[in-house]
Design a binder for this molecule. Structure first.
Ligand SMILES: [Zn+2]
Ligand SMILES: [Zn+2]
Ligand SMILES: [Zn+2]
Length: 261
């Protein structure tokens, strides 16, 4: 199993437009964060892409992605879905076949309202459009040879989930946006005995829809993954200085990081 963190920033990205704070002006490449996008890959060549942010095309080109088995959406906020139209290139690379898109029912409904022209077949006018089989998920499913389970989380006001991936004898969970993890999802995450947890961590100051670093650390301890990587950071968390505040098995992810649990 390989987890590829293509984008790791909060909704504004860093550097943020018009900001001259130390992180937005930083020369440390780990402080430059595109919006959230993660690819999960199996040794057999399976690949699931989680979320399609505004930079999706640039991230896919930079990471050399020339194939995906499916796309999984965590929720319909624009920092996670604005690049969804670029999935069409993966239809072409798949020989013109439609691709499955998994997500919570409410998230897929909202996504279809944003992109009402997307269906599972080519446009009648011959235009170059994504061909998607929207597949709402309630329980575990299989895609790209991996077993995948949605993990419902609270990220008000929209229906949101994270995902647990299992392949090659490894287990990883990815929860990019979250304000609270319900008890049933905590039980699921604990019982999976995760090798890797990727978890929302916005900043130190409380926020109505995201985890603070303190609460993310508390969840990470309770879930007990072998290694935890924080994602979706704002410009108030400089990479090097924040990493130095974390326990040895907890890290800040950064764009381009690859983790092989
Ligand atoms: Zn987000
Ligand atoms: Zn800034
Ligand atoms: Zn969000």
């Amino acid at each position: 199993m390989l987890l590829r963190f293509l984008g790791t920033g909060t909704s504004t990205g860093t550097p943020m437009i018009g900001c001259d704070c130390p992180v937005c002006r930083s020369t440390d490449p780990r402080d430059a964060r595109c919006r959230m996008c993660v690819a999960v890959e199996s040794a057999a060549g399976g690949r699931i892409v989680v979320d399609t942010p505004p930079e999706f095309r640039l991230l896919a080109v930079k990471a050399g992605l020339a194939h995906m088995d499916a796309v999984a959406i965590t929720h319909c906020h624009m920092d996670h879905v604005a690049g969804f139209d670029d999935v069409r290139r993966f239809n072409t690379l798949a020989g013109g076949r439609p691709l499955p898109c998994y997500g919570p029912a409410g998230a897929l409904e909202a996504l279809r309202a944003v992109f009402p022209y997307i269906t599972d077949r080519p446009g009648p006018d011959g235009l170059f459009r994504p061909m998607i089989r929207f597949t709402p998920v309630a329980g575990a499913f299989t895609a790209g040879g991996m077993s995948i389970a949605p993990v419902p989380v609270f990220h008000p006001p929209v229906e949101t989930c994270g995902y647990i991936f299992e392949c090659d004898g490894r287990r990883a969970a990815h929860i990019p946006d979250c304000h609270e993890i319900p008890a049933s999802s905590m039980a699921l995450l604990r019982e999976k005995r995760l090798d890797v947890l990727s978890l929302n961590c916005l900043r130190d100051k409380p926020h109505p829809t995201h985890l603070t670093l303190g609460r993310a650390l508390a969840y990470a301890e309770e879930i007990g993954a072998r290694e935890t990587y924080f994602v979706h950071m704002s410009h108030s968390l400089p990479h090097a200085a924040t990493e130095a505040r974390l326990p040895p098995h907890v890290h800040l992810a950064y764009d381009g990081l690859e983790v092989a649990p």
